[in-house]
Design a binder for this molecule. Structure first.
Ligand code: NZQ
Ligand code: ZN
Length: 387
């Protein structure tokens, strides 16, 4: 059944091969001073930087730049952007990049003109009562869903904390431009990291509740489509059909649609965030390594749901098998998908050391769905996928 819910997503999406053409019209809705935020240089290599600058010149904007937003964006970098907003009276933030750039842009939009934003918004999760600087995005790498949500995940290097926050709708991008061709140049490792991030978003919503819920039907369909298109994209990274399907699955996976009436269990993300704080690993690769041991651990608390996943997502044969056997085969199939596609399955591959594991476990936010994890259980999970 569906519990009562509200659903509203204010981000306008322009999707497709000609979608960048809409940037000019969109920019005309905002003031003169633009902060152009981007990453470490990939947009210059693929010529996108020049195209954006041309559009900004055609709209007669005053352009200020924040370059070098790193994967797992830091609080320090975000505050550099917030100071630019104040110094140049910025009217609009244009984020061109993957989740890190867009998350950083949203963080800047909230943090500008505020005192102690880290404590206020990422630790105490205070409501955002002030006006924020509007953000728009051109997405270059898929996975996080940041293009159509209020998420902003920031790493505080000094405190060794990577903290996510979902901001209210006024912080969502006003528009996001999604051209799948722009994602062709994403290196295979990053493409796979993004794909597992999507898979994890889908699973973390799916493995909650046990009733008949249309959100689960949607989640199963998206997981199946993601698996099929992943194999196509690995074979041919410039396959528009595969890349466009993956890109839209990614957006749908975390824009609020599939979480309707689901309690959700974001424990894998919580563990990965602290793994990331200690190793700076690619987000999706960290999730891939943690997921198999986590779901093997969780299986006995909801065998029926895991069996449903096995059958509906990985087409596991049920004949002459118990629910528990089928459920286990579903997680075996997930592990095979991770291995066959070349995603990470150990923490050692992500440069974690054994000494880090207790520190990661001790700083992980605890929660859960079918079972509430303890710090000791987090440590067991980390140890079981170390090497
Ligand atoms: O920095 P550049 O040079 O641009 O290179 C980037 C970066 O090195 C490269 N890249 C991006 N587009 C490219 C490209 N290289 C070639 N061609 C292109 N078209 O890819 C690398 C990774 O980029 P990044 O933005 O870091 O990846 P991703 O999109 O996976 O973002 C990860 C961050 O998002 C957070 C993660 O925790 C992590 O900090 N998340 C945000 C969420 C949200 N907003 O809702 C939810 C997620 O669960 C996640 O936690
Ligand atoms: Zn994620």
């Amino acid at each position: 059944m569906l519990y009562d819910f509200e659903f509203y997503n204010p981000t306008k999406i322009y999707f497709g091969k000609e979608s960048l053409n809409n940037l000019k019209t969109e920019l005309n809705h905002y003031g003169k001073n633009i902060l152009f935020v981007y990453g470490g240089g990939s947009i210059k290599k693929i010529g996108l930087y020049d195209s954006i600058i041309k559009i900004l010149q055609e709209t007669s904007k005053n352009v200020f730049e924040l370059a070098g937003v790193m994967p797992n964006p830091t609080y320090e970098k975000m505050m550099e952007g917030a100071h630019l907003i104040e110094k140049h009276h910025i009217d609009f933030i244009l984020a061109v990049g993957g989740g890190s750039v867009i998350d950083c842009a949203k963080g800047i939009s909230v943090a500008a003109y505020q005192k102690n934003p880290w404590e206020k918004y990422w630790i105490n999760h205070e409501d955002v009562l002030h006006e924020v600087i509007p953000v728009g995005s051109v997405l270059t790498m898929v996975g996080t869903g940041s293009e159509m949500n209020g998420g902003s995940v920031i790493t505080n290097e000094e405190k060794k904390l990577k903290k996510g926050r979902v901001f209210p709708q006024k912080v969502y991008p006003k528009f996001s431009i999604l051209d799948p061709k722009i994602t062709y140049s994403v290196p295979k490792y990053q493409m796979l990291s993004g794909i597992f991030d999507i898979f994890s978003h889908l699973m973390e919503q799916y493995f909650s509740n046990q009733d008949d819920n249309v959100s689960d039907d949607l989640l199963e369909a998206l997981m199946k489509s993601l698996i099929k298109n992943t194999y196509k994209a690995i074979k041919d990274p410039c396959n528009y059909e595969a890349r466009s399907n993956i890109e839209w699955i990614s957006t749908l996976a975390l824009n609020g649609l599939t979480e309707v009436s689901k309690t959700q269990d974001w424990q894998v993300h919580s563990i990965e965030h602290q793994l990331g704080a200690y190793t700076d690993c690619a987000h999706g690769m960290g999730l891939a390594a943690i997921s198999v041991p986590y779901y093997r651990f969780l299986l006995s608390f909801a065998p029926q749901k895991f069996a449903q996943f096995a059958v509906n997502v990985f087409q596991v044969e049920t004949k002459n098998r118990s629910v528990e056997e089928v459920a286990k085969m579903g997680i075996d199939a997930l592990a095979k998908f991770i291995k066959d596609t070349g995603m990470c399955s150990t923490l050692k591959e992500l440069n974690a050391t054994r000494e880090m594991l207790p520190l990661i476990a001790a700083s992980t936010d605890l929660g859960g769905g079918y079972h509430d994890l303890t710090q000791q259980e987090v440590l067991q999970i980390l140890e079981s996928c170390y090497e």
